[in-house]
Design a protein. Structure first.
Length: 567
């Protein structure tokens, strides 16, 4: 032992004295990285549901460069964890892992290796030497022992492996891809996922997906999330990011969040490293990715895809490499809004059907086939219960921090029936990353922030300050307006919500305007932008009906009325 405390129950020399459920077989899950451990945790409960004959323990292998987070993940899931060194005393009946690079102890128990991505599609650094190896393939010594079994999702993967690793002959099991089955069966939950993420019906969700390594999307374009948030109108788009767990493990959440600070301040939906990427992918309207598995999963779901990075570490002849040949590219320094709109408009849902067919065989049956293989290797009869069926993935937790400051551009034009104001908002934290600001006779730009903006430089220079939080009474709103303008001498307008879809907007040394909107225009920040635009355009503010456009939404109406009693 190396000082880590060995388990005494449910496995150990005297485990029989303490166990409540004395299983007939012992299954050890080898946990080496977050990515591989999550893949097993997501599938195993359905495979062993209700079966007391199998005792499951998790052995922590700390030798990976991406080991960080594994123990926390296992403890949060309530798993019993034994030190890797204790495996010599356990005598498992089967070792299960989604990491091929484990040091399996001596013995004769079989080892079942699940893929932790889509097939064998990437060359990765070899931790056993200075070169590279094919991701997903176990060491030759384990193949030669006759103990290893590799689960594959498509027959073409066996052909690929045989061409480079002849010793793998007869050691593959065709089971399909449980993760893809779950994603497919989650489609009816798409609206629920979008609601949980805070994506409105009229908004497009753009998900940025990055694998790990220097050729990945974030490795080559780390500022892409910020550039997207700068160019995509705030009221029409949400932007999210799915980052490979190896990035989180290698660099830490502190570094990742520090590097993406401007994007996070601008509303980036940074999905947690575990589980949450699946509902986010189902919810997406567009995926911007690289050669990682998430891009292929998204394309197979029929989602429009743009690639902005595609590394040479992608393996030729694989479905992922074929996707790289077929998918359109995104110039990260070009007109992102137009490119995204074009790919959505031109997309055909069956565009990537042939690529998906090369990656996922017998969709819908992976869990059932995996359970059959698992019990055969354990030497147990399969349960008489119905074969496991892929369930929809759980709803995600909200992943964005509130935006507190915007660079707002308003365009005022006369149309039939009166003035029309078009409002475009870009989070101030990324406003310098793309797009232009116009200020002329019909277009007006200003800085707006909420009253809880933490950067004093922003709040002191904002033309408009909006109260965030619960609705207020009219006297309370008026008092807040006066106090805010006294406290912020550089601000022209202070705005407070007073009741549903209505706010009071007070000018410095000027009137107090009551603004009432419909639909999304109950948002006091949008109402504030309309009041500001009408004032700058010299329009009368009393008994004024204004047509308002935000992004791609249908036009809505705002009514302005000066309150002479509130001067």
């Amino acid at each position: 032992m190396t000082g880590r405390t060995p388990l005494r129950v449910p496995v150990g020399q005297d485990a029989h004295r303490w166990s409540t459920f004395p299983g007939e077989r012992t299954l050890v899950v080898a946990a080496r990285t977050v990515t591989s451990t999550v893949r097993v945790l997501e599938a195993l409960p359905a495979l062993l549901r209700g079966d007391h004959r199998v005792t499951v323990v998790f052995a922590h292998d700390p030798t990976s460069a991406f080991d960080s987070g594994v123990l926390g993940l296992l403890h949060d899931a309530g798993c019993r964890v034994l030190p890797w060194e204790q495996l010599d005393d356990v005598a498992p009946d089967l070792i299960l892992s989604a990491s091929e690079n484990i040091d399996v102890p001596e013995g004769d128990c079989p080892v079942l290796v699940l893929p932790h991505g889509v097939g064998f599609q990437k060359f990765v650094p070899d931790s056993r030497g200075p070169g590279e190896r094919l991701s997903g393939v176990v060491p030759d010594a384990l193949l030669e022992s006759g103990r290893a079994w590799l689960a594959i999702s498509h027959p073409s993967q066996e052909e690929q492996l045989l061409a480079t690793h002849p010793k793998i002959a007869g050691r593959t099991l065709l089971v399909g891809d449980p993760c893809f089955d779950e994603l497919t069966n989650s489609a009816p939950m798409r609206s629920a996922y979008r609601e949980a993420l805070g994506v409105a019906e009229h908004q497009r969700l753009v998900m940025v997906s990055s694998t790990w390594g220097p050729t990945s999307l974030l490795g080559t374009q780390p500022d892409l999330p910020a550039r997207l948030l700068a160019q995509l109108p705030y009221d029409s788009y949400r932007v999210g990011a799915i980052v490979h767990p190896n990035v989180w493990a290698a660099h830490g959440s502190w570094t990742l969040r520090t590097l993406q600070a401007a994007a996070l301040d601008s509303g980036l939906l940074l999905m947690p490293a575990v589980h949450a990427w699946r509902p986010a992918l189902v919810a997406a309207d567009v995926v911007i990715g690289d050669h990682g598995s998430v891009s292929l999963y998204g394309a197979a779901l029929g989602t429009p895809l743009l690639l902005t990075a595609f590394g040479a570490d992608a393996v030729p002849g694989t479905a992922a490499h074929a996707l790289g040949d077929l998918a359109p590219r995104l110039d990260a320094h070009g007109d992102l809004r137009t490119r995204i709109a074009d790919v959505v408009r031109e997309h055909e849902p069956e565009r990537y059907a042939e690529v998906a067919a090369r990656a996922f065989a017998e969709p819908g049956h992976a869990l059932a086939q995996l359970r059959t293989a698992l019990y055969r290797l354990l030497g147990l009869t399969e349960p008489a219960s119905e074969p496991p069926y892929p369930l929809a993935v759980p709803r995600p937790e909200p992943a964005a921090t509130p935006v507190t400051a915007w660079r707002v551009t308003t365009d005022v034009h006369d149309e039939d029936g009166g003035p029309t104001v078009t409002v475009t908002r870009v989070p101030a934290a990324v406003a310098g990353s793309g797009g232009s600001v116009v200020d002329d006779s019909t277009s007006f730009a200003h800085l707006m922030c909420t009253d809880d903006e933490r950067d004093g430089r922003v709040s002191s220079s904002a033309s408009v300050i909006v109260r965030r939080g619960a609705e207020s009474t009219t006297p309370g709103a008026l008092r807040w307006v006066r106090e805010t303008l006294d406290r912020q001498p550089g601000s022209l307008l202070a705005v407070s919500d007073v009741r549903g879809r209505t706010c009071l907007a007070g000018f410095r040394d000027g009137p107090v305007v009551e603004a009432s909107g419909t639909g999304a225009l109950g948002d006091p920040q949008l109402l504030a932008a309309v009041v500001y635009a009408c004032f700058r355009a010299g329009l009368p503010l009393d008994d004024r009906a204004v047509t308002v456009r935000t992004g791609d939404r249908p036009a809505e109406d705002v009514v302005l009325r000066v309150r002479p009693d509130a001067r």
